[in-house]
Design a protein around this ligand. Structure first.
Ligand code: F6R
Length: 606
């Protein structure tokens, strides 16, 4: 979704803004723009399309060491140059970039139009530029505060005024905004990826907070408090983490990183002696953990599917009723919040609007919510009462891979802990720990089959429509397999419970519609094999994602074998071939793997 960058310092701002916007490209956008204030006033350049087109359109000499930039994902009005940010007030003195949605934009537009303002775009953001421009308050920060007082909605904004070219004013309400602290220069961004080349010292603004940022420093404030004294924190993300390196795509890089990142995530979190997990960040004592009678997991998209896996792990290891629900649905149905339920929000970005809203709704009603979040300091991470950081490192490709694997591991750790404060034996706890310790090598083994899986993926890429089937633990794996496949290969892919096939979808089986069947070696193997046989008997083709010990016998399917781990952890490994199938199918089709059409990395709007 939209991205913001800002710079104030001693260097020319334009190249720094362009580089920052390039780092945000992965979030998805359809137009981009920058404004730079220099000795001769303010220059605004905007373009539909890629950041490199914007860069090519910049004037040769663009002086000025303060500026703001934006990548826009169209919400109010189509992707045109006029709708691209930055937006300006009537005399062009004030420019504004904005992420989020101003809910009362229509009413404000009508009022401003009545007062004689002419609008040049269809956006909600332009309203803000006019409000700031029309304020008569002496300082830019006061004018921005006055403008935002009239606004209802979510925003991260950065404002530049050619008459105060020593500063930027930024504000946050519901959309992330970070200040990067440098040596006599300061940076602003909606995402750390745009900052890591310059600094690891960052300031996360809170909702309702503003900051005035100059080359010498910053001051954070709210409408009530003139100085909120927010201190910088150090981020662990390095420049290398967001570089593509020798990989063809970020998705390939992120899949390849999994053995190492999973090993890193587990470090210090396994207590082999007592067969349990150390999760101090949850901020829950054993007594509190024991008191929960239910677990409710909330996430969106793939995070929700891994949440379904998590619910099964918790039921199996801790024997507590657990259930996952799409946060995007939960938030709209006036959910009943119970004091003895542990709510778990799961999110890679920590910024997904639907999941963040669900967290707020739970807290408003007095519920206890913990987060399984990847991005440190993100909205969801900060709003939860505690949590488990996923430590997968930055994920740039829109299609999530390593973060999902880490979510699976995070749920295994949570399930282990919840189990061990209940009836799970030390020996069983140690068995799960041994399985977790084997995971990095097991993942590497699956990744090592890349070429064989690529060949199967090439065959699958020729189909217009596919089925992904699995049951119980295999069903969330199938759902995630279908999701990944459709996201980046643009092929129709539908997930079904294997057990439900004969209740309808069998009618659609034919040679041109292959089925990817999850058939682990467990107590349901023979049933899964019988279903695969039915598909083949009706002329269908089957690719089995399975274990080496499973005898496909007469089934006549292609197979991808993953190593057997512990039965509760097997789904984490079964998801890895799903990533590879989707990736190689999209490669075969020559598609834009890291930035699939119509999708954004973090969905910060409803
Ligand atoms: C799928 C995908 C999305 C996200 C979903 C939630 O590959 O990336 O379905 O899983 O938008 O995003 P986060 O985890 O950031 O809350």
């Amino acid at each position: 979704m939209c991205g913001i960058v800002g710079y104030v310092g001693r260097q020319p701002a334009a190249p720094i803004l362009i580089e920052g916007l390039t780092r945000l490209e992965y979030r998805g956008y359809d137009s981009a723009g920058i404004s730079v204030a220099g000795p001769h006033g303010q220059t605004v350049v905007r373009r539909v399309g890629r950041v490199r087109e914007l860069e090519a359109a910049l004037p040769k000499r663009l002086a000025g060491s303060v500026g703001i930039g934006h990548t826009r994902w169209a919400t109010h009005g189509p992707a045109t140059e006029a709708n691209a940010h930055p937006h300006s007030n009537a005399d062009g003195r004030v420019t504004v970039v904005h992420n989020g949605i101003i809910d009362n934009a229509a009413a404000l537009r009508t009022r401003l139009a009545r007062e004689g303002v002419t609008f040049t775009s269809d956006t909600d953001t332009e309203v803000l530029a006019h409000l700031v421009g029309r304020s008569t308050a002496p300082e830019l920060e006061d004018r921005v505060l006055e403008a935002l007082d009239q606004v209802v909605g979510t925003y991260a904004v950065a404002v530049l005024d050619a008459q105060s070219p020593d500063r930027l004013v930024v504000a946050r309400n519901g959309s992330p905004l970070i200040i990067g602290v440098g040596e006599r220069e300061m940076f602003v961004a909606s995402d750390v990826a745009a900052l890591v080349r310059h600094t690891s010292s960052v300031v996360h603004l809170d909702d309702g907070e503003l900051a005035v940022v100059t080359s010498r420093g910053y001051r954070t404030f709210t409408s009530e408090t003139p100085d909120t004294g927010r201190e910088p924190t150090t981020i662990e993300v390095s420049d290398e983490d967001v570089e593509l390196g020798s990989h063809g795509h970020y998705m390939a890089k992120e899949m390849a990183e999994q053995p190492e990142t999973v090993a890193r995530m587990l470090r210090g979190r396994l207590d082999t002696r007592f067969g349990t997990a150390r999760l101090d960040g949850l901020n829950l004592s054993p007594r509190e953990l024991r008191a929960f009678r239910r677990v409710k997991i909330l996430g969106c998209g793939s995070a929700y599917y891994v949440g379904e896996l998590g619910a099964l792990m918790i039921e199996e290891l801790a024997r507590i009723p657990a259930h996952a629900e799409a946060a995007s649905e939960f938030r709209y149905r006036n959910p009943i919040i119970e004091p003895d339920t542990l709510y778990v929000a799961v999110s890679q970005s920590g910024e997904t609007a639907d999941t963040a809203f669900a967290v707020r709704e739970i807290k408003r009603k007095g519920g206890q919510v913990v987060g399984l979040v990847n991005v440190v300091g993100s909205t969801i991470a900060r709003e939860c009462d505690g949590g488990i950081y996923l430590h997968a490192g930055p994920e740039i490709a829109v299609a999530s891979t390593k973060a999902l694997t880490h979510m699976g591991v995070g749920f295994a750790l949570l399930a282990l802990l919840l189990g061990r404060v209940r009836d799970l034996s030390v020996a069983d706890g140690q068995r799960v720990i041994a399985g977790l310790e084997r995971l990095p090598a097991d993942i590497a083994q699956v990744l090592g089959q890349g070429e064989a899986i690529a060949e199967i993926a090439r065959e699958l890429s020729g189909a217009d429509s596919l089925f992904f089937i699995g049951r119980v633990r295999g069903f969330p794996v199938a759902r995630e397999g279908a999701q990944k496949f459709k996201e980046i290969s643009y092929r129709h892919a539908e997930a079904y419970q294997t057990s439900e096939l004969k209740h309808g979808p069998l009618a659609l089986i034919e040679p041109s519609r292959p089925t990817v069947a999850v058939i682990p070696e467990d107590d349901l193997t023979s049933r899964n094999l019988a279903a695969a046989e039915q598909v083949i008997a009706r002329g269908g083709r089957v690719v089995a994602v399975t274990h080496a010990g499973v005898d496909l016998g007469e089934v006549g399917a292609r197979r991808i074998d993953v190593p057997r781990n512990e039965v509760e952890l097997d789904p984490i490994l079964l998801m890895i071939p799903m990533q590879l199938l989707a990736y190689h199918a999209a490669v075969a089709l020559g598609l834009d793997i890291d930035k699939p059409r119509n999708l954004a990395k973090s969905v910060t709007v409803e």
